[in-house]
Design a protein around this ligand. Structure first.
Ligand code: ZN
Ligand code: ZN
Length: 572
């Protein structure tokens, strides 16, 4: 089964490779098609079956044929042909901000540069300045560009990595590998991860490895062996697969999920209790007899511990808690009853209120909240007061018509002086209000803290959106006394957001835990700008779980009447 995101990824790769060939027109066409597929409501395979591929925006006859081939065979002959024209590292090279595709082709043809390391060496040895059109400055810029790529490069966002990992896991399962899991920090749902680690339990490891390297998006096989193989995908992502015998699958999963800190304590406890724990199993030290290995939970239980969810395995007190049977009963994705932060076409979203409401209903939510930007945020087409109030009526009508509660909120800018970007009378017409900082990030700590504290004191405010303002890999959070903000939010009945947009993840895991300890109510949101992004809720849930959140800590795990009660008492 090829998923929409795999097809979109192949189309993006087409776009990059045609760009290298110098065909800007084709590049744009592939990009447009890829975007449409990402945003597509429904399965591409179904469009293919029903002969409706060309009804997808940006998909003409030629691209439709390629998509049909991808759906039916999992690959594209034309893409493979294009790939073979360029070295596998080339797509990664395209991420270096200082070089355009044409320069890249020349660097490849004239200097034989195949990957980032070649490029760095060429710049350091001043070989690039000898090419026509390049100079000393280009070498400096290229070195800076490489540093940028590697600075982010080492780490991927959870939101990018997890879908890739799951697609490969599905590919392995479809090939007969029954036990497959993501491992490492990805399984622990860390906000960024290094390489993608997969683990399979199989008594036919060679077959599993064959299947692994045949994954359509594999650009090169870095290494291949009976227990471990490594591949690189076209975008430079490295993926590792380990295959262990099924009897050891649980032990290996425990071992390769980590963290290091967690496993150090696990091994110490095993020794204290007369066992030896490694990736093959849990063995008695005296007799060598294996007492647990196939099931991960058995390892914990045999050591007198409650099984510990992967998100907690960070060496932050979880093992003591498991030994005393007081692990939190972690929030689950199914506990979330609605998403409270979604943008519509009225501001910078791509879906109408109706499309969002219908998508929320299909997901099994009990309600949805739509929140467009406020008037000062011009770049995101913030709403005027009149438009906002008209949309309150639209939400009411939609609620009646669909029999599904659509709450009308707003994501209101917290202005420089801490006031909110609409008059209180307008805000009072809404079901609830999110306040967010979107401007003037560089204030000193005291001024920024005061700004947000002033916003919290507004009785109309119910939720503080992405409370630290960070963008992972791009921008540090603003300087703010987040503990003071937490205490005030708890006191005033304002919920703090856990924004699940992959480069936000704000609050972070540690801040979630701190907030809960301070009596703050969390609200988990996606900040979706299109219906497909409603899927990002699982990242917010992963982060909240890493912060030890339980259902009782989360506002939108409440039924609608209790949610409304929370909004009524806020600001008291
Ligand atoms: Zn925002
Ligand atoms: Zn937003």
């Amino acid at each position: 089964m090829v998923t929409n995101s795999e097809i979109a990824a192949m189309l993006y790769e087409f776009a990059e490779l045609t760009d290298l060939e110098g065909d800007v027109f084709k590049r744009n066409a592939y990009r447009r098609a890829a975007q449409s597929i990402e945003e597509l409501d429904g399965d591409v395979a179904e469009y293919d079956r029903e002969g409706r591929l060309e009804s997808i925006p940006g998909v003409g006859k030629a691209i439709a044929q390629k998509i049909a081939e991808m759906v039916e065979t999992g690959r594209s002959a034309k893409l493979e042909e294009l790939r073979s024209k360029f070295p596998p590292g080339i797509v990664e090279l395209m991420k270096v901000p200082e070089i355009g595709p044409r320069s890249l082709v020349r660097l490849h043809q004239e200097l034989g540069i195949k990957d980032l390391e070649d490029l760095r060496q060429a710049a350091l040895q001043h070989r690039i300045r000898s090419l026509k059109g390049f100079g000393e400055r280009s070498e400096e810029n290229i070195l800076k560009g490489i540093a940028v790529v590697q600075g982010q490069g080492g780490r991927m966002l959870l939101g990018d990595a997890l879908p890739i990992a799951e697609a490969i896991a599905a590919h392995l399962r479809a090939g007969g590998c029954e036990e497959v899991s993501v491992a490492g920090s990805l399984r622990r749902r860390k906000e960024t991860i290094g390489d993608i680690d997969l683990l399979a339990g199989s008594d036919e490891p060679l077959r599993a490895m064959d299947r692994f390297v045949s994954y359509p998006r594999v650009a090169s096989v870095v290494s291949r062996g009976p227990t471990r193989s490594t591949v690189r995908l076209a975008d430079g992502t490295q993926v590792d697969l380990r295959v262990v015998p099924r009897d050891s699958y649980g032990a290996a999963l425990q071992y390769f999920t980590g963290s290091k800190e967690h496993n150090v304590v696990m091994r110490r406890i095993a020794i204290q209790k007369g066992f030896r724990l490694n990736e093959y199993g849990l063995h008695r030290r005296d007799s060598g007899e294996m007492v647990a290995g196939a099931q991960e939970a058995e390892i914990y239980r045999t050591l007198g511990l409650d099984p510990i969810p992967p998100e907690l395995r960070e060496g932050r007190g979880e093992i003591e808690a498991a030994g005393e049977h007081r692990l939190p009963s972690l929030l689950r994705l199914e506990d979330i009853r609605g998403d409270m932060h979604v943008h519509t076409v009225m501001s910078d979203g791509r879906a109408t209120m109706r499309e969002i409401a219908e998508a929320a209903f299909r997901r099994g939510y009990e309600y949805i909240g739509v929140t467009d930007h406020s008037r000062s945020l011009h770049i995101a087409h913030g709403l005027t007061v009149d438009d906002l109030l008209a949309s309150v009526e639209e939400a009411r009508q939609l609620t009646d018509e669909l029999g599904f509660p659509v709450l009308r909120g707003a994501e209101v800018d917290i202005l420089e002086d801490g006031s909110l970007d609409y008059p209180d009378e307008a805000l009072a017409q809404l079901d609830y209000v999110i306040g967010s900082v979107h401007s003037r990030f560089k204030m000193d700590r005291r001024t920024m803290t005061e700004r947000v504290m002033t916003a919290l004191s507004n009785r109309e405010l119910n939720i503080l959106g992405h409370p630290t303002g960070r963008l992972i890999g791009r921008r540090e959070g603003y300087d703010i006394d987040i503990e003071q903000v937490m205490d005030e939010a708890a006191r005033r009945g304002v919920a703090l957001e856990v924004n699940g947009f992959p480069d936000r993840m704000d609050l972070s895991d540690l801040n979630c835990r701190k907030a809960i300890e301070r009596g703050v109510t969390l609200v988990l949101d996606t900040d979706a700008h299109g219906v497909e992004q409603l899927d990002n809720m699982r990242f917010a849930v992963g982060t909240a779980r890493r912060g030890w959140a339980e259902r009782k800590d989360v506002l939108n795990a409440l039924p609608l009447d209790q949610l409304r009660r929370f909004f009524r008492v806020a600001g008291a």
